[in-house]
Write a protein that binds this ligand. Structure first.
Ligand SMILES: [Zn+2]
Length: 466
């Protein structure tokens, strides 16, 4: 009886304009998600010797082939010690540009000796799935894959081609991420299931709010280098490379880049202020959203590690070295400056600012990040994306507030955005802040996400491809 009711409910809840042969089997998708996530966690997809990312891609491919994807449409491309996957579900209207669902299957290294449970043995305990990659992001990969499978098996025919892709080195060099974005640069938009997500309230465990990620800061390193002729330390010269470098570091350390705000971060501050428990901070967030030149608000936000990165570019000295002997004048002194750049500034622009702020004649300032990072614009607040996610979220976790966010770290989205393709971090997975162990020990994910996440993906993938 229960089954009959839920199927009838599902059909009623599905978009009217979509022809389904039968209702998608959510229960099956949920069961498959957990199976697949466990399978993926057990595969040690870590960069370096013994990297098994290609096997993780193969597990996804096998699941897709068993559900009706054509072998030629699911490509696994080996690259260096890893591999990426691009799976195409052709749409009926070839004129429409594809929807891309983007994630990664590599994980950060985990040392079993440091963990309470073996990181590469999936363990379900107290409603959580434990294991390296549980939250970043094998469970999410399994949820999205299983939902697409349920859609295909229910006879759904997308108008717009749906491409599922998993990179193989997002946590390290992002080389495959760059290759994938290059290949898929004609996409209509990208849903990055490795970004965004919801927060459960600590005490009640109820959904508090959900954010989508529409921008991220650029990671950049710069080297400062001061060289002198050197000489005997008993005969000092007026110029000393270590002293000159120190002067540069002092000035850069106390410099504040201009405050910046975008429509996306403005919306973030307005909405997020509601959930900030410190009234002084909440007031500063509202004041900054209303006037980004408000010095008092700015000082409050800049003094807080959680917000300083959201109000502009930041650059900090992170490494320093100099001198070659205790009794010699230094011939060389160097430092690394790590910057997190607000969207919209080039590497050269930031380099010139650092050089000017340092104001030390002869100091060499060089950008050293190379090709592992790229500056990318903010994705537009597209009404079709916003409507589809709002609707999907309401079905999954009714009434949960939703707002945009800008990440201070980097994700695969930057490669798409740099090529002009809008990319949105929009994972349906919620967690308590105290359960966030991504990249760390005892990584876990709350399994009560499973049902709502399938509901969300079903709605979102259908709306953006019908
Ligand atoms: Zn990730």
């Amino acid at each position: 009886m229960r089954g009959v009711i839920s199927v009838a409910f599902l059909i009623a809840a599905l978009p009217a304009s979509v022809a389904w042969a039968k209702a998608p089997d959510s229960a099956r998708a949920e069961a498959q998600s957990l199976d697949l996530a466990k399978q993926l966690i057990a595969i040690r997809s870590v960069a370096g010797p013994g990297n098994r990312t290609a096997d993780a891609q193969k597990a996804i491919k096998d699941a897709l082939l068993a559900a009706g994807w054509n072998d030629r449409d699911v490509e696994i491309v080996p690259v260096r010690d890893t591999a990426y996957l691009i799976a195409t579900w052709p749409g009926s209207d070839a004129k429409l540009k594809p929807l891309v669902v983007s994630g990664h299957l590599d994980v950060v290294e985990a040392k079993p000796a440091d963990w309470q449970r073996d990181p590469f043995t999936p363990i379900v305990e107290n409603g959580y799935l434990f294991g390296r990659g549980a939250s970043d992001m094998k469970y999410d990969a399994a949820l999205a894959t299983s939902t697409l499978i349920a859609m295909r098996q229910a006879g759904y025919k997308p108008r717009r081609t749906i491409i599922l892709q998993f990179s193989g080195d997002e946590e390290t060099t992002m080389y495959t991420s760059r290759l994938i974005a290059q290949r898929l640069k004609d996409a209509e938009l990208v849903i990055n299931i490795d970004g965004g997500g919801g927060t459960f309230e600590e005490a009640s465990g109820k959904p508090l709010y959900w954010t989508w990620q529409g921008a991220e800061k650029t990671y950049d390193d710069y080297q400062l280098e001061m060289t002198n002729p050197g000489g005997h330390s008993s005969a000092p010269r007026p110029q000393n490379a270590i002293v000159q470098l120190s002067q540069a570091l002092e000035r850069i350390g106390s410099y504040r880049f201009p405050a910046e705000i975008s429509p996306l971060t403005k919306a973030y501050f307005e909405k997020a202020a509601q959930f900030e428990t410190d009234p002084k901070l909440a007031a500063a967030m509202r004041a900054f959203a209303a006037n980004p030149q408000d010095e008092t608000a700015l000082a409050t936000l800049r003094a807080n590690p959680a917000y300083v990165g959201k109000v502009g570019t930041t650059c900090v000295p992170t490494m320093v070295s100099g001198g070659h002997a205790q009794n010699a004048l230094p011939q060389r002194a160097t430092a690394n400056i790590n910057c997190r750049v607000f969207p919209g500034h080039s590497r050269e622009e930031i380099r010139q600012i650092l050089e000017k702020v340092a104001a030390v004649p002869g100091l060499k300032v060089t950008a050293v990040s190379g090709e592992d990072s790229i500056s990318s614009p903010t994705s537009p607040m597209r009404p079709d994306f916003l409507a589809a996610t709002q609707k999907a979220l309401n079905k999954a976790w009714p009434g949960t507030p939703m707002f945009p966010s800008q990440a201070s770290g980097a994700s695969d989205s930057m490669w798409y955005r740099a090529l002009g393709v809008p990319s949105y971090g929009a994972s349906p997975v919620f967690s308590k802040d105290s359960d966030d162990f991504s990249h760390g020990l005892n990584e876990r994910i709350a399994l009560r996400n499973t049902g709502p996440a399938v509901t969300y993906y079903l709605s979102l993938f259908t709306d953006l491809s019908k």
